[in-house]
Design a protein around this ligand. Structure first.
Ligand code: ARG
Length: 304
């Protein structure tokens, strides 16, 4: 293990250890403009048949619209993309951030490994503590690891991109509890395509993406009235790939009954058109990486 990781272990075990690290009082995200976005290769089933299909002009306009709406409810930092990394726009997969500590991804596919170094540099120069993940045990950031609303429990997926063996190592960055979930359907190759813990304690999810033991773990953690299951047809429109800030939800598709169910549950849903990013196999959530702590992002008041 590198010296960087060792020093983090020491830092994370002292209770006051996070105080010198970057802290955000407002919901804050990192985004990467789609300057170099394209479908240049096929590493998920959605990219097949879509080589070079996205229009960069349309993608830029759609991304700007998302940025515009997110900026109304959160602060946004930017990292610029680079030629040769067409998927870098999906910046949420590069890391998981909590308390100023960053578990940096080790991408499964070589095509995305070129994204790691620019992200590492960005986080280091912004003062974050970087927790490296080993190359041998792939880990794909918020694609496969999501905190619950209160930020004390990490849900992590394996089976298609991220290795099961990475889960404990990643959770050790914050000494947090982790529950592993096994993904079964290659169309839902990342957890953020089928599982979204929401600020009000609800779970938006597609049950068909998981094996039976994983479903049992989900059902043990979320009472039936807190679960918002979606159908296969809805899941394939990436309705679970949402950005949630307080009671606001940004969704990359419009006209689904899921938006109505979310608003019945108390959320304000903004429906956007992110069609160009569907060709790459993704939607809203993947385009913004959370930097502020889960509790701040979800608007959960501090306990007194
Ligand atoms: N083309 C990218 C990849 O396959 C897109 C990732 C989007 N995934 C997601 N979970 N939202 O890695």
């Amino acid at each position: 293990m590198s010296t960087i990781s060792t020093s983090i272990k020491t830092a994370a075990s002292a209770s006051s250890s996070f105080s010198s690290l970057p802290h955000f009082d407002r919901p804050t995200f990192l985004m990467c403009p789609p300057e170099w976005y394209d479908v240049n290769y096929v590493i998920n089933p959605w990219m097949a048949g879509n080589l070079h299909r996205p229009s960069r002009d349309k993608a830029f306009a759609q991304w700007k619209e998302l940025h515009h709406h997110l900026q109304k409810i959160a602060d946004i930092r930017l990292i610029h993309g680079q030629p040769g990394s067409p998927d870098m726009v999906f910046v949420a997969h590069a890391a998981v951030v909590q308390h100023g500590v960053v578990a940096l991804s080790s991408f499964n596919h070589p095509q995305r490994q070129t994204e790691e170094q620019p992200l590492r540099r960005w986080f280091q120069s912004a003062g974050f503590l970087v927790w490296e993940t080993p190359r041998e045990t792939a880990f794909e950031g918020e694609g496969d690891a999501l905190f619950n609303a209160t930020g004390d429990h990490l849900w992590a997926a394996h089976g298609l991109r991220t290795c099961l063996q990475s889960h404990r190592h990643v959770a050790d960055a914050w000494h947090t509890k982790v529950t592993s979930l096994h993904l079964m359907d290659p169309r839902f190759y990342h957890l953020d395509l089928c599982f979204a813990p929401l600020s009000g304690g609800h779970l938006l999810y597609y049950p068909g993406a998981f094996d039976a033991p994983s479903l049992a773990r989900i059902e043990a953690a979320y009472a039936p009235e807190m679960r918002i299951p979606v159908t296969e047809a809805e899941a394939t429109q990436f309705v679970c790939n949402v950005i949630n800030v307080g009671s606001n939800i940004l969704m990359g598709v419009s006209g689904t009954s899921v938006a109505k169910r979310l608003s019945d549950a108390g959320y304000t849903v903004t429906e956007l058109n992110l069609s160009e990013f569907l060709h790459g196999g993704s939607s809203a959530k993947a385009l913004a990486l959370r930097l502020s702590d889960s509790k701040i992002t979800n608007g959960i008041p501090a306990q007194v």
